[in-house]
Design a protein around this ligand. Structure first.
Ligand code: NAD
Length: 378
């Protein structure tokens, strides 16, 4: 790829037969020898807030298939500190204005957008247009329409897209998926999941500002409950109805505080979820015909903990979920292995989020969903 920019190359791919193969999931390496499977892919983090600094950058230190190659930040003092701490060369440092020139930087293979939710679409689309593979933090965007725009931009540019759903690479999550799929305790009948914490911080934070967050607890923690209800049944819901509870309206002026939702799944399976910015909650419970499985805690950075009705412990050695997630995506790019959190999964969850908000607005009305197997990755 020395004589042709990645952007032009990717665009050519999507226009030809190889592009068709690429969009259908064929490995890049197999199609054109574009990515060498022994090369670590360079990731640039966009937004150096608490998640990037506390989880993603440390996760990348130990990653096998990718490394922290660049940063995009609006704060010059952060740039110098990160360059020193992670040995990042000056030419791999960008700000929000000159970000698009990243297109000509071959050291950056993947752009990881870790900004407030309402900024995800803009930066993911700019990254795709620059010819870079994209990881978009959760929630994927603030509307289904924005998810569509991100997916379209990535398809048009011929780049791969993934959502920052770290749980999809976590061994505990995958053990639940296995119990459901293999019917170890019979068929799933009921699933319940909770995700929340008590927010008492700065009332001016972006998570409580609708314009930046697109919503409160549901957008922030609720997507975890939606996800675990889905991998806890192996199916997408066919309808949802929801209620909102507000006890601290002075603090949660602009965004939702607590939400419960009931989901109906195929085969009469029932689901329940709770999400909150005013209650600590972190659990998944799956009830099968002949037993149950529980993860508690279920959604945090780990170590997680699980058990089953026959007294078994679900237990795995602890590894950084973020490292596993970014390695899985890098492997997907290099070898065509499974993309555990594709864009369709993020869009599907946003369809459910919009249905939940609509149900609340319409007094708890049951909203039908027609998702088929969209975003289900087994
Ligand atoms: P944060 O507030 O700590 O960092 C946000 C970053 O965006 C900061 O570097 C800030 O300078 C920058 N920024 C740029 N424009 C901004 C603006 N107008 N207002 C506020 N900040 C602005 O947030 P965070 O916790 O790092 O979250 C960032 C993203 O990562 C969010 O989408 C969040 O949902 C996601 N996240 C995901 C996980 C996970 O487990 N997957 C965990 C935490 C956060």
């Amino acid at each position: 790829m020395s004589k042709i920019s990645r952007r032009t190359f990717n665009k050519k791919l999507t226009q030809g037969m190889a592009g068709t193969a690429l969009l259908s999931g064929m490995p890049l390496a197999c199609g054109m020898g574009a990515e060498q499977s022994d090369k670590k892919l360079g990731i640039a983090l966009v937004g150096l807030g608490s998640y990037s600094s506390g989880q993603l950058a440390p996760g990348l230190v130990d990653a096998e298939h990718c490394y922290l190659a660049g940063i995009v930040t609006g704060t010059p003092s952060k740039a110098s500190q990160w360059m020193k701490q992670y040995n990042i060369p000056k030419e791999n440092v960008y700000n929000y204005e000159n970000f698009d020139t990243i297109a000509t930087n071959d050291a950056i293979d993947i752009v990881y957008v870790v900004l407030p939710n309402s900024m995800h679409a803009e930066f993911c689309i700019r990254a795709a247009k620059a010819g870079k593979h994209v990881i978009c933090e959760k929630p994927m965007a603030v509307s289904v329409a924005e998810c569509d725009a991100i997916i379209e931009a990535c398809e048009e540019a011929g780049v791969k897209l993934s959502v920052g759903y770290r749980m999809q690479s976590d061994p505990y999550t995958n053990e639940i998926k296995r119990l459901v799929k293999d019917k170890v305790y019979g068929s799933i009948q009921y699933v319940s999941s909770d995700a929340g914490y008590i927010s008492r911080g700065n009332p001016g934070q972006w998570r409580l500002n609708y314009a930046l967050s697109g919503g409160g607890a549901l957008m922030n923690m609720g997507v975890y409950s939606i996800q675990s209800n889905i991998y806890g049944t192996g199916m997408n819901p066919i309808s949802v109805s929801a209620q909102e509870f507000s006890t601290r309206p002075d603090y949660f002026k602009d965004t939702d505080e607590s939400i419960t939702a009931q989901m109906e799944f195929p085969n009469g399976v029932v689901g329940h979820m709770f999400t909150s910015h005013n209650a600590n909650a972190n659990r998944l419970f799956c009830s099968f015909e002949r037993g149950w499985a529980e993860l508690n805690p279920c959604h945090n950075y780990g170590p997680l903990k699980g058990r089953t009705s026959d007294g078994k412990e679900i237990s795995f050695p602890h590894k950084s979920q973020q490292m596993l997630q970014m390695d899985d995506f890098a492997k997907h790019i290099k070898t065509g292995s499974t993309n555990f959190a594709p864009g369709e999964m993020g869009k599907r969850d946003m369809i459910i989020v919009e249905a939940i908000y609509r149900s609340i607005k319409e007094g708890g009305k049951t909203i039908p969903l027609d998702l088929g197997t969209m975003g289900i990755v087994s």
